[in-house]
Design a protein around this ligand. Structure first.
Ligand SMILES: [Zn+2]
Ligand SMILES: [Zn+2]
Length: 456
């Protein structure tokens, strides 16, 4: 069989793999390229590298846009097959794909009247393409083998941790096992479970986002967050936490919920993200796919992710009024401050020395979040210069991705490996992971380039 790498090669976004066996042609993930040079990524997003009409089916590891974000393009270009994913992944994908179509529409409007971009950002797909592709989703349960396609293919989804519903997918085809790690979660329980052990696989495609480093201790990170919250409230400012709508927000709500009940921290917490409100509802209704710790917590606390000090804001008008009060914690998106309601809050709070911004997630090069994190004296928000006088904090332990040691441990428990392909990482991270894997593995290791094909 043949495997072609469609993205997430030498970078972390645009995951997508084309597998061609004698009887079947299928994809694993088909994500969007994000961040950095938007014109370059815009063009990459339109370059498919295959004919969607010839694809028999798609397997989706999880809902993040860098894995699911180009699925509507398939439907738009004639793909008629089924897309297999876990129930939770389907529920979250619906939210992120509709949001993606909406943002693309807004980007088009912005590029029409601003001179910022030197090209017209026509949406690569619109809402009707999302509606069409969603009808092609099919539920698959964890650890249930399923024969699919035109024969000879059996798939099994394993828990990957990472975010709700996230999977590693093992495929049995032409007498061999081929496993795609998806994004691998942490080796300890967060609000989602730890990754499943995969007994054996001949070929392995593995992510390497943090292939060069281990994360800080999570308990220390909670302690740091508590200290920051107490300081800003004492100072009389507001604390802004830019947050990803999937998983990070729910993790924060869970910890604030605990601190509220244990009377450790009883201050107003504002959730100002319509998308995070929706994804939190999915987390609440898919509780059996959360970690045992979270399920146990939910048994004693029926109002999971809710506590008396939490205020969830829906309307844009209410969002604008939020900063008339001080002494609050405001959680809003987007996680890297590239859009969303966090922008208004930043504009209000960045000039205030009593307020603070606390980053709890990765801030990519070229984003407003990165500029603030690097303490640029002045940033531009809605075309206006905003001076930074507020306090800036970064807490590093909250990652939903396995660190270097965790990835290695995950790989090492898989038997009968012959070939390993390292993807979903920048050059330094991939090289570093390769060096580490080689210490205990004699087979071949590849660092594929985009559109590179391997006969396996
Ligand atoms: Zn992910
Ligand atoms: Zn990813």
């Amino acid at each position: 069989m043949k495997i072609t790498f469609l993205g997430a090669s030498e970078e972390v976004t645009g995951s997508g793999y084309l597998v061609e066996s004698k009887k079947n042609k299928f994809l694993v993930d088909f994500g969007i390229f994000q961040g950095g040079d938007s014109k370059k990524n815009y063009e990459k997003n339109l370059e498919l590298g295959f004919d969607p009409k010839e694809i028999d089916f798609v397997l989706l590891t999880h809902a993040h846009l860098d894995h699911s974000g180009r699925l509507p393009l398939l439907a738009k270009n004639g793909f008629k097959g089924e897309i297999f994913a876990t129930h939770s992944t389907i529920a979250l994908s619906e939210i992120v794909l509709f949001d993606s179509a909406k943002i693309q529409n807004e980007n088009l409007k912005n590029s029409l009247w601003s001179k910022k971009e030197d090209f017209l950002q026509e949406p690569i797909y619109v809402e009707k393409d999302v509606k069409r592709v969603i009808k092609q989703f099919r539920k698959i349960s964890f650890r249930k083998k399923l024969k699919i396609g035109k024969g000879g293919v059996e798939v099994e989804f394993f828990k990957a941790g990472h975010i709700l519903g996230a999977s590693s997918i093992r495929i049995f085809v032409e007498g061999k096992f081929l496993t795609f790690s998806g994004d691998i979660g942490r080796a300890f329980e967060t609000i989602v479970p730890t990754p499943d052990r995969i007994p054996k696989s001949n070929f392995l495609v593995v992510e390497s986002t943090y292939g060069d480093r281990d994360h800080k201790n999570i308990k220390e990170s909670y302690a740091e967050l508590l200290k920051v919250c107490k300081k800003v409230i004492f100072d009389g400012g507001n604390l802004l936490i830019p947050s990803f709508a999937i998983d990070r927000t729910q993790e924060l709500l869970m910890i604030f919920d605990k601190w509220s009940k244990e009377k450790i921290l009883n201050v107003p917490v504002i959730l100002d993200s319509p998308m995070a409100k929706e994804t939190t509802m999915v987390y609440k209704t898919h509780i059996s796919n959360l970690s045992q710790n979270t399920q146990n917590f939910a048994l004693t606390d029926k109002s999971l992710f809710w506590f008396p000090e939490l205020k969830v804001i829906s309307s844009y008008q209410d969002s604008l009024k939020t900063n008339s009060r001080k002494g609050q914690i405001i959680i809003a998106g987007s996680g890297m401050c590239t859009g969303g309601r966090i922008l208004n809050h930043l504009k209000e709070n960045l000039p205030n020395p009593k307020s603070a911004i606390c980053f709890v997630g990765f801030q990519a090069e070229g984003t407003l979040g990165r500029e603030i994190l690097e303490k640029k004296p002045i940033v531009s928000i809605f075309g206006e210069d905003v001076g930074i006088k507020s306090q800036i904090f970064t807490i590093n332990g909250f990652s939903a991705h396995a660190g270097k040691r965790e990835i290695i441990d995950w790989i090492e428990q898989i038997n009968e490996k012959e070939k390993i392909f390292i993807t979903h990482g920048e050059t330094l991270q991939r090289e570093s992971l390769k060096t580490e894997i080689q210490k205990n593995f004699n087979g071949e290791i590849f660092l594929p380039k985009r559109f590179e094909t391997f006969e396996i």
